[in-house]
Design a protein around this ligand. Structure first.
Ligand SMILES: C[S@@+](CC[C@H](N)C(=O)[O-])C[C@H]1O[C@@H](n2cnc3c(N)ncnc32)[C@H](O)[C@@H]1O
Length: 223
């Protein structure tokens, strides 16, 4: 049985922040709003870095054209940038009139400590997710969230940067993709979402997910 805690609220509020113990999280894996710029990053990154254990890992999706902002704020928070992966979404389209073709979204991985000792659930020869090609969510997976990430992109990130039984936190949960990946891989999960409709969607989704050894494969994705 995996422990799951879902919070409906603003992840920047002191009430929500105080409800998560400092130094208690093994993996922060999130997909924040990209449009808030440095000032938004400066609001949420430092307090959430404080939630990580010494061995904790920080993983965030981010827009490639803005990634230097995230990297600067992470370094300011004294994290070490370990690597930057790429999700290529060949059927990405924005909401404007221009279709930019395939979009590149980056995945920034940083750690609290500067040595080793952080959690890493895969043999290094299997850490090949850093160029992932996957289409937008569609069909049965699609839950109506405009930024929903495919769970097959998120599963290897959870597998790679945490162990079974670890605590995974997503302060911008959306439809709950991080939660689905965490639960399927036997990790505890804390998810925060401020919009009631997305929160309901994530709650329903995560209530149906269970840990499955079938999800644990050398590449960290479903066999
Ligand atoms: C890019 S989406 C995440 C999508 C998610 N990865 C998925 O696959 O469904 C970011 C989410 O953060 C939520 N959000 C934005 N600011 C927030 C805040 N201050 N507190 C909690 N949630 C917030 C938004 O409502 C949105 O659902």
């Amino acid at each position: 049985m995996v422990n799951v805690r879902l919070v409906l609220g603003n992840s920047l509020s002191s009430k929500v922040l105080d409800s998560i113990e400092d130094g208690s999280v093994d993996l922060l894996l999130t997909d924040p709003p990209f449009g808030g710029g440095i000032s938004f990053l400066e609001q949420w990154v430092p307090p959430y870095v404080g939630k990580l254990r010494d061995t904790g890992v920080f993983v965030s999706f981010y827009a490639v054209e803005r990634v230097t902002e995230l990297v600067d704020v992470l370094r300011e928070a004294d994290l070490k940038i370990r690597c930057i992966g790429v999700w290529h979404c060949p059927d990405f389209y924005g909401e404007g009139e221009v279709n930019y073709g395939g979009a590149i979204i980056v995945i920034v991985v940083a750690t609290r400590n500067r040595g080793m000792g952080h959690h890493c659930g895969l043999d290094k020869h299997d850490q090949r997710f850093f160029l992932t090609e996957a289409s937008r969510c569609s069909g049965g997976e699609e839950l109506g969230h405009p930024c929903q990430k495919p769970v097959d992109v998120v599963l290897p990130l959870v597998q790679n940067w945490s162990f079974i039984g670890d605590t995974v936190l997503d302060p911008f949960m959306g439809s709950g993709t991080t939660g689905e990946a965490a639960i399927r891989l036997g990790r505890e999960f804390i998810g925060i979402e401020e919009r009631g409709d997305y929160f309901e969607s994530a709650s329903g989704r995560l209530g149906d997910v269970s840990f499955s050894v079938d999800d644990i494969s050398p590449m960290g994705v479903r066999a």
